[in-house]
Unconditional design. Structure first.
Ligand code: CA
Length: 468
């Protein structure tokens, strides 16, 4: 069901030097490119304050669009975050709360509609280049989930220089290209960039959606000498390798943007850039400054990410948008911009009216996170963030002023009870995990098992059983 595209108005909700918007009127729906980095640190792009190397191309993208200063993903690690992004729904709604274990038959439940499936109705051709990580069994394959093309890796990561036989482990099996196994050739990040350029060249002239899901700079830390040379002012060898990996990713963004420009598609393409979760700072030498903690936690360092959207001539350029937004918003933003009705069962919000100043106020009253089957919860409103980590007292932060979550707000209990209550109500509405986590079978949170009925004694007993 198509409907009229939004007229373009002046942006009243953004701040920055350049209004950069087109005249009002109907235009053709754009192409969509979602560029996802993997385990990129919050501070590791220029527009987030990066100091020891440079990301000129990602910065150029940010300068041509809107940079979100309070942007989140729906999970602090890979697969559940991607499940949220591609469905627009909290992945807890369908039990996708763990990474799928390789060759274990686990994957994004088939009950869910993915973004490329939704776009089919509007005539889009969809391609994924890069990391899938939403199930490696045949029924979960990207080509079964709405994508017309797949070039990349089915698992959670890959060696950047080599592959082995089909029986090799997750990080060494051959890549897949258009249904055929192919080896890693050269440097994987560059190989993925080439595949993305190939997709765009072949699909030009027809509406397309490209999901360019780099596995960089996820481990293993590997980069070729010529990239290491470009960041040789960095003396720490691990940080240097990480910087080289991000440099290659930035090169790739630049090549995609240059091709769109060459093909005259810059103004006809909406491009997103974000990371799937915060940097695992000890593991890959990333930097989440000034955020607290890392990937895997519900502190800001796990879930707050660099995030930009650009649609030159249509969305404001060189602006920032400060209200909290989520990767869940990509789905409804894309389907609405494609002229489709937004499904009613999703948690994301179409951000375009907010960026154009047609809608005021925050897109989300409240955002939620839950990880490790109830060991970690967090919720954020415009003003506050509540973190509940098993074994610790609840922590309430005035998050707008205290982005580092370093000074818990004293509270008479009212606000904490209120936010805890909404968090519990959100959590208990969800089914149990669709498959167990990598740490093995663990007792299910009593509220998950019983609905809202568990009392504190049961919760305490559950916590004790978990041995924390
Ligand atoms: Ca990740």
């Amino acid at each position: 069901m198509r409907r009229a595209l939004l007229a373009v108005l002046m942006c009243g909700a953004c701040s920055g030097p350049d209004a950069g918007v087109a005249p009002a009127g109907e235009q053709q729906p754009p192409n969509f490119v979602v560029i996802l980095a993997d385990d990129l640190g919050y501070a590791d792009v220029g527009f987030q304050g990066l100091q020891d190397f440079a990301t000129p191309n990602i910065d150029r993208l940010a300068a041509s669009g809107v940079r979100f200063t309070n942007a989140y993903v729906s999970h602090p690690y890979c697969s559940p975050s991607r499940a949220g992004l591609l469905t627009g729904r909290y992945q807890h709604r369908f039990g996708h709360v763990h990474n799928p274990k390789f060759r274990a038959g686990e994957g994004l439940p088939l009950s869910e509609t993915l973004l490329p499936q939704a776009l089919t109705e509007a005539g889009y051709a969809s391609g994924i280049v890069g990391k899938w990580h939403l199930g490696d069994a045949p029924r979960f394959h990207p080509l079964e989930r709405g994508f017309d093309e797949f070039f990349g890796l089915l698992g959670g990561g890959h060696d950047y220089f080599k592959s082995a036989g089909a029986d090799a482990g997750e990080y060494l099996i051959p890549l897949e290209a258009h249904g055929e196994p192919v080896p890693v050739e050269g440097y994987l990040t560059e190989q993925l960039t080439e595949a993305a350029l190939d997709f765009v060249r072949r699909r030009t002239g027809h509406p397309f959606f490209l999901y360019l899901s780099y596995n960089a700079p996820h481990g293993p830390l590997q980069a070729p000498p010529e990239l290491l040379d470009r960041v040789n002012s960095i003396t720490d060898p691990r940080r240097q390798t990480y910087a080289a990996m991000v440099t290659s990713l930035d090169d790739g963004v630049g090549e995609v943007l240059a091709l769109l420009e060459e093909l005259g598609l810059s103004e006809g393409t909406m491009v997103f850039f974000l990371s799937d979760n915060g940097g695992p700072t000890p593991a890959n030498a990333s930097d989440n400054t000034p955020l607290r903690a890392t990937k895997g936690t519900v502190y800001e360092g796990g879930v707050r990410v660099p995030f930009v959207v650009a649609w030159p001539g249509r969305l404001p350029a060189g602006r920032t948008y400060d209200a909290p937004v989520s990767a869940l918003d990509i789905f409804p933003t894309v389907v609405a911009t494609a002229g489709l009705e937004t499904p009613t069962n999703i948690d994301g919000v179409n951000l375009v009216p907010y960026l154009l100043g047609e809608e005021h106020g925050p897109p989300h009253e409240q955002l939620f996170w839950q990880s490790d089957e109830g060991e970690q919860f967090a919720t954020r409103t415009a003003e506050h963030k509540l973190v509940r980590v098993l074994g610790r007292e609840p922590e309430l932060y005035a998050i707008e002023e205290d982005i580092s979550e370093s000074n818990p707000v004293s509270d008479d209990g009212v606000r904490i009870r209120e936010l805890s209550g909404s968090m519990e109500a959100w959590h208990v509405a969800h089914p149990p995990p669709a498959w167990p986590g990598t740490r093995g079978e663990r007792p299910v949170h009593p509220n998950t098992a019983k609905g809202l009925g568990a009392d504190q004694a049961e919760i305490d007993a559950w916590m004790a059983r978990r041995g924390n």
